[in-house]
Design a protein around this ligand. Structure first.
Ligand code: DAH
Length: 428
């Protein structure tokens, strides 16, 4: 598997109902949120891992742990997620994500001097309105479910994309901007998926004098500029690669596209983009304008550019990782320090109708943290009585050291207990 080819691709395209696993697309069996599904994951006492600090400062705002993690059926944010907030990997100049962010800034700054405003510390706690309504995500879209998004309460979420800031920045009068930040999604576990990752959003607004002289209609003008700008960005990052534009669908753009590059013998999605829906401009004081927008996942690109094989490495403090990267050094290839052996443990259980793989993965991460490398369904059958059994294989592997049998057995014992208790499944 070419690792980064599946790392967090865009969720709002037509394929958004699919999770990209191992290069294949797998249908996600999640129901739109129902209160009973939320209750099954949230109402019971949560198993809590200790967190480093119980107060953070994000974009100048102080956030206490209770502001984000609560024992309340409308809250599904675990401690493990709170402990990642405020890490600001994208703001570290010596970190691959910060180096990539700066590399993209460099492209926009040299091609459009002083034009793009940059934001990288907007608070990730946003309203449901900002995250979904303001960018026209339909009321029944799967991304709104408690299975896919972290809800602080019924009206507040941890942003699942940086598009959540488009409307407010337009309203504040910005016409050219780049927003970088940590985004949060409930998801399955493998080497390319992590519940917190980083995106960059770009927006450029045009006024009639921009397109009038061109002889093009406003939409074609914006689409042409968009393609030219983003092809330039891809060349800046990847060199003289072959590229192609794929028609896509996003609720916030029309027309919408994905840019793919031919890299290491396969086509790889680089970003999603399009001409901003007129309604978004109109609602935010720009009815006379057109705009383009794009969104890209930093981990996905950094894994390819720096040869980083596992998404958990971005979060490690191990010097054997961190010391390999320094400010301004785009695309330095990561040299793996050593690969510790994985240990596999299987568990089988009868599921109930509210069972989802994302809920299972949340429980496993809550216990094993970054020691879990992958959770995969290896067997699935329904018996004559209509009961469905799932067998999951959990791969435990540390990025930093060898794990002892005892440690893994303890983790697995804990996982079995908590899965049974929290997900109401019957172990076999
Ligand atoms: N918000 C999208 C996602 O996370 C990415 C995206 C696609 C952003 C197209 C855009 C855009 O601004 O125009 O899946």
């Amino acid at each position: 598997m070419a690792v980064a080819s599946s790392a967090h691709s865009t969720i709002f395209s037509k394929t958004s109902l699919f999770h990209h696993i191992n290069g294949f697309k797998r249908f996600s069996f999640c129901l739109p949120f129902s209160s009973s599904a939320a209750a099954s994951i949230s109402s019971k006492k949560k198993w809590r891992q200790p967190v480093a600090s119980s107060e953070l400062e994000l974009g100048g705002i102080k956030i206490a742990k209770d502001d984000v993690v609560r024992d309340d059926p409308t809250n599904n944010v675990p401690d493990t997620i709170f402990s990642k907030m405020g890490m600001q990997l994208h703001r570290r100049n010596n970190h691959p994500l910060g180096i990539l962010k700066n590399g993209i800034y460099e492209y926009f700054d040299s091609n459009y001097p002083n034009l793009f405003d940059k934001f990288d510390d907007l608070c990730p706690i946003v309203s449901v309105k900002q995250n979904f309504d303001d960018v026209l995500v339909p009321a029944d879209h799967v991304s709104r479910s408690y299975n896919d998004t972290y809800y602080v309460d019924s009206k507040t979420v941890l942003r699942c994309h940086t598009s959540a800031h488009q409307a407010e920045l337009l309203r504040r009068g910005h016409t050219h901007f780049l927003v970088t930040g940590d985004v949060y999604r409930r998801d399955s576990i493998d080497s390319t998926h992590y519940p917190v990752f980083h995106q960059m959003e770009g927006v450029r607004v045009f006024t009639p004098d921009n397109w009038e002289a061109s002889g093009l209609d406003p939409t074609s003008y914006a689409a042409e500029d968009l393609k030219k700008s983003l092809e330039g960005l891809a060349r800046h990052l990847f060199g003289a690669v072959e590229m192609r534009w794929i028609d896509a669908y996003f609720p916030f753009t029309n027309p919408s596209y994905e840019l793919e590059i031919y890299f290491k013998e396969k086509w790889m999605e680089v970003l999603g983009c399009g001409v901003m829906e007129q309604e978004i401009l109109k609602s935010n004081g720009r009815s006379d304008s057109v705009a383009w927008a794009f969104g890209l996942g930093l981990e996905r690109l950094a894994m390819v550019l720096f040869d980083i094989p596992d998404i958990r490495l971005f979060w490690t403090n191990d010097e054997r990782f961190t010391s390999q990267f320094s400010k301004g050094q785009m695309g330095v290839k990561f040299k793996p320090f050593s690969k510790y052996p994985p240990c596999y443990k299987d568990m089988s259980f009868w599921i109930n109708e509210s069972f989802t793989e994302n809920n299972l993965c949340e429980v496993v991460r809550g216990i094993a943290g970054d020691l879990v490398e992958e959770v995969s369904l290896i067997d699935n059958f329904t018996n004559k009585k209509g009961l469905t059994s799932h067998c999951y294989r959990i791969a435990y592997r540390s990025m930093e050291r060898s794990l002892t049998d005892e440690e893994i057995n303890d983790l697995q014992w804990n996982v079995r207990e908590q899965v049974q208790k929290k997900l109401n499944v019957v172990l076999r």
